[in-house]
Design a protein around this ligand. Structure first.
Ligand code: 5GP
Ligand code: MN
Length: 347
């Protein structure tokens, strides 16, 4: 039995907003992952089935690896087709914001979204949502935004609108945000939702293959190189670091998505409680962190890397050199001078 968790007054408000809107825009965070784009596509499809003019507008390109999801070709990308994206947002009667907690996570699209005098509905599972949404449905304890979208539809009594396509999208996000149901997945109700999606004839094995186990030869070689040559393990501090510079990425013909999952690997080493991965992108160093237990990488990404996320999975951006980023990592773990983080010695 799946218990209702969303306040009925919030559900009533949402129902009347949906009833009153004809044009709806749905958006999700930059560099969308399976949960971000899966939850957005699923809810968009449900709204189509309700007779709405619904459209997905993303702040930037969705990684090609997620092209297998249904309705991907209808996605309007702000950085690629700004006029169309603006037109959709400016004519929307209702805007859904999925899988992010702060408006800067949708980059320049955020300005356009904030300019509209229409209700904005947040559906998300990140910590500390910004108070800029008219309806805020935020449950950081949940596995994924996809799980939350299912629960929203359950309470709206719209489960009948989840067909096989929407089920594929929702299952994908639940799977990718839990590492194929290995973390953030303790709640038995998650498996009741999984069962309900499976009854809609999704092919779980195929979705796993497409979303989590498809890598190019270059990408596997890059990951092998990173683990063999670029992983630093600080066993006494319970931490590990992987770095990849622009030159190294070029050497392996890096494509967006090629390092997906790499940051999780050092957590397999006994005693490693948290991992940082620094990837030198053209504009900044992309930081990605993972941890186990109550060690919060959200706090680390928030305090040092202009980011945040969840307790055990967070990210950020660092504007500086790789050397500076590495120095900060060493300061955090207490092997590079002062250890400013409360958590540093707590390994
Ligand atoms: P990943 O390491 O897979 O890129 O991201 C892990 C988690 O951290 C995701 O939930 C993601 O939304 C969040 N995250 C990643 N990058 C950033 C960032 O630059 N800023 C913030 N606030 N969150 C991020
Ligand atoms: Mn998510």
């Amino acid at each position: 039995m799946i218990q209702p968790i969303i306040d009925e007054a919030v559900i009533d408000r949402l129902r009347s907003l949906i009833n009153g809107a004809k044009n709806v825009v749905l958006t999700c965070h930059l560099s969308p992952d399976g949960d971000a784009i899966g939850s957005t596509l699923a809810l968009c499809h449900v709204l189509h089935r309700l007779g709405k003019n619904a459209a997905v507008v993303t702040p930037d390109m969705v990684p090609k690896a997620l092209n297998f999801l249904p309705f991907m070709r209808d996605v309007v990308v702000f950085t690629k087709n700004e006029l169309r994206a603006r037109h959709l947002v400016e004519h929307a009667h209702l805007i859904f914001c999925l899988d992010f907690n702060s408006i800067h996570r949708i980059d320049k699209l955020g300005e356009v979204v904030m300019q509209q005098r229409v209700p904005r509905v947040l559906i998300d599972h990140h910590l500390n949502p910004q108070p800029v949404f008219d309806v805020s449905i935020s449950f950081p304890e949940l596995s994924s935004t996809c799980e939350l979208v299912y629960r929203v539809l359950l309470q709206l009594r719209m489960l009948n609108l989840i067909d096989r396509y929407a089920a594929q999208c929702l299952y994908t996000g639940m799977m990718t945000d839990t590492g194929n149901f290995t973390y953030s997945c303790e709640n038995p109700e998650l498996y009741e939702i999984q069962a309900s999606l499976m009854r809609r004839h999704i092919d779980k094995q195929w979705l796993f293959k497409m979303a989590m186990n498809t890598f190019s030869a270059d990408s596997l070689r890059l990951q092998g190189y990173a683990l063999s040559e670029k992983m630093e393990v600080l066993a006494d501090q319970g931490a590990a670091l992987i770095t990849l510079t622009q030159d190294e990425l070029k050497r392996f013909n890096y494509r967006k998505g090629d390092t997906e999952g790499l940051v999780n690997k050092p957590l397999a080493i006994p005693g490693v409680r948290w991992v940082a991965f620094f990837r030198q992108d053209p504009e900044y160093i992309k930081v990605s962190c993972r941890s186990q237990g109550d060690f919060s990488v959200d706090a680390i990404c928030h305090d040092y890397f202009n980011g945040g996320g969840h307790t055990n999975a967070a990210g950020g951006e660092f504007y500086g050199t790789m050397e500076q980023a590495v120095e900060i990592f060493h300061r955090i773990v207490g092997t590079g001078g002062d250890a400013p983080a409360d958590q540093a010695g707590d390994t």
